[in-house]
Write a protein that binds this ligand. Structure first.
Ligand code: ADP
Ligand code: MG
Length: 484
């Protein structure tokens, strides 16, 4: 950083263009599989190859998914919209144009509120969401003499979410991205996997003097493929632009690459060299018409969004926001919870079990609750047994639940047949207490002289004899009774 440059005199301004690969089974304009990871050029038919005469046919599911995410981002849905051709030449684009949407995108004018680490929230405008097809993949580093092309990805459905230039820090950008990733997963729109390229983003970045309102000239950093690189690229680019401006230079509008190894951006092309894509509406495709009925159908099928779920759980069950988030961000857990909820004595107890001991079991086995083999009904019954002091929590967790896994067994009869229930027989417990007290005469003496701490020893010893099947509180009372 040069002499006299002070980053705090400048403000970062950024808008993101976020590409999300949709998780449909087939491609946007053909029945080719859209799955990731197949051998090169397996998922290609005449449409993906752009053979003469091959015509695109729109996959309806793509439209439905775009509308779902549009609704979640508070957008207006353009019920009539259409596809355009964006013309350019590249080996991984056999048609010579990409089918996309230019000035009539499917969703417009939304916003998303994100939470920042200081607890404040920030509202970021969504300019538009448009539909498009992905291009194939060129590989320039696999062969010494040739570039290789894999067209499996050609025609995989994408949406591009374009934000307003409302972002003011790298933290806001990554909060926005992670919120969008959460939403696309929650709505089953995309797997949101940044490593596999299902979610990637271009960051438009400019700076301006703090306190001023006019936007500066922006640069666009292409293809950021991790949350960390988004932050690094932004921080680097902010520093670079501050240095240029404060040493009297000007920012030239340009497209940049980010080198993740060096942590630097470098120029790809400037505005003067920018392509003229000659957009025009695609004559091979009819306009998309989203009827009122269809829109209403999609809208009513929308699940509650993570933030709504978490707010609702906080107010309904009085749990912390962090605990509520565990449920809001794991639909399987929420589902399991909802199935067990009507069957338990106390809701709060169920929550405590799920985020406490059950979560511990799951994380020990590195599985999700969907793979947990105790049915919600069985867990509810086991929790009620503990609640009613018929079995100790420890024995329920260590013996009863494991025995129930993968079975349809009735919980009470299973607990009985394994002999796990707390003995309600005070005579039996009384016998154990007598045994223990006579085994520790010195300690009994000490207790009577006021050393109340030894009570714990008696309880522990009796518990051992009872094989843990005793209610500790009740034991305490019985022992105190005997010691009188
Ligand atoms: P274009 O029409 O050239 O694609 P847009 O106006 O659609 O440009 O903006 C593209 C992206 O750049 C949007 O995400 C927008 O928020 C962002 N953007 C626009 N102006 C600026 C600026 N001065 N600084 C930072 N980002 C900007
Ligand atoms: Mg634009």
């Amino acid at each position: 950083m040069g002499l006299g440059t002070n980053q705090s005199n400048y403000e970062l301004v950024s808008g993101l263009e976020i590409h999300v690969q949709l998780n449909t089974n087939t491609k946007i304009f053909s029945s080719d599989s859209a799955s990731f990871g197949a051998l090169p050029n397996q998922n290609i038919s005449t449409v993906s190859l752009a053979l003469p005469g091959a015509l695109p046919k729109l996959n309806k599911e793509v439209v439905a998914k775009a509308v779902r995410i549009g609704l979640a981002l508070n957008c207006t849905i353009n019920q009539i919209n259409h596809f355009d051709r964006k013309n350019y030449f590249y080996a991984d684009l056999p048609k010579g144009y990409q089918i996309t949407q230019d000035n009539q995108p499917i969703c417009i004018n939304g916003f998303l509120e994100v939470e920042l680490s200081d607890g404040s929230t920030k509202k970021i405008g969504i300019n538009r969401i448009h539909l498009e097809e992905d291009a194939g993949k060129s590989m320039h580093d696999q062969d010494d003499h040739y570039s290789l092309v894999d067209l499996n990805r050609a025609g995989v459905p994408l949406i591009e979410i374009v934000t307003e230039p409302d972002i003011r820090s790298a933290e806001e950008a990554s909060a926005l991205l992670s919120e969008i990733r959460k939403l696309v997963r929650h709505l089953d729109v995309s797997d949101g996997n940044m490593e596999e390229g299902s979610l990637r983003c271009d960051a438009n970045i400019s700076i301006r003097e703090s306190g001023t309102t006019e936007f500066g000239t922006r640069c666009e950093v292409k293809n950021l493929n991790s949350m960390r690189n988004v932050r690094r690229a932004m921080d680097f680019e902010f520093g670079r632009q501050v240095e240029v401006i404060s040493s009297g230079g000007t920012i030239i509008q340009s497209t940049l690459n980010f080198d993740a190894d060096k942590g630097r951006t470098s120029p790809m092309r400037t505005k003067e060299e920018a392509n003229d894509y000659r957009y025009f509406s695609d004559p091979d495709l009819q306009p998309i018409y989203i009827s009122d009925d269809w829109l209403a159908e999609i809208t009513s099928a929308m699940p509650a969004l993570p933030n709504e779920i978490s707010k609702q759980m906080v107010s309904e069950f009085g749990i912390s926001k962090a605990d509520a988030t565990l449920f809001a961000e794991d639909l399987d857990l929420l589902n399991y919870f909802n199935q067990a909820l009507p069957l338990v004595n106390t809701n709060k107890t169920l929550i405590n079990w799920l985020i406490g001991p059950i979560r511990a079991v799951l994380s020990e086995r590195a599985i999700g609750i969907a793979d947990y083999k105790v049915k919600p009904q069985q867990l509810a019954a086991a929790i009620n047994l503990v609640d009613d002091k018929k079995i100790t929590q420890q024995i329920a967790i260590q013996q009863l639940l494991p025995a129930l896994e993968g079975t349809e067994d009735d919980v009470v009869s299973q607990a009985q047949s394994l002999n796990l229930l707390i003995s309600e027989n005070s005579d039996e417990l009384g016998g154990f207490i007598d045994d223990v007290l006579s085994k520790f005469p010195a300690q009994v003496e000490a207790y009577k002289k006021g050393k109340k701490g030894v009570l714990g020893l008696f309880v522990g010893e009796v518990m051992k004899l009872a094989k843990g099947k005793a209610d500790a509180k009740k034991l305490n009372e019985l022992i105190l009774e005997k010691l009188k």
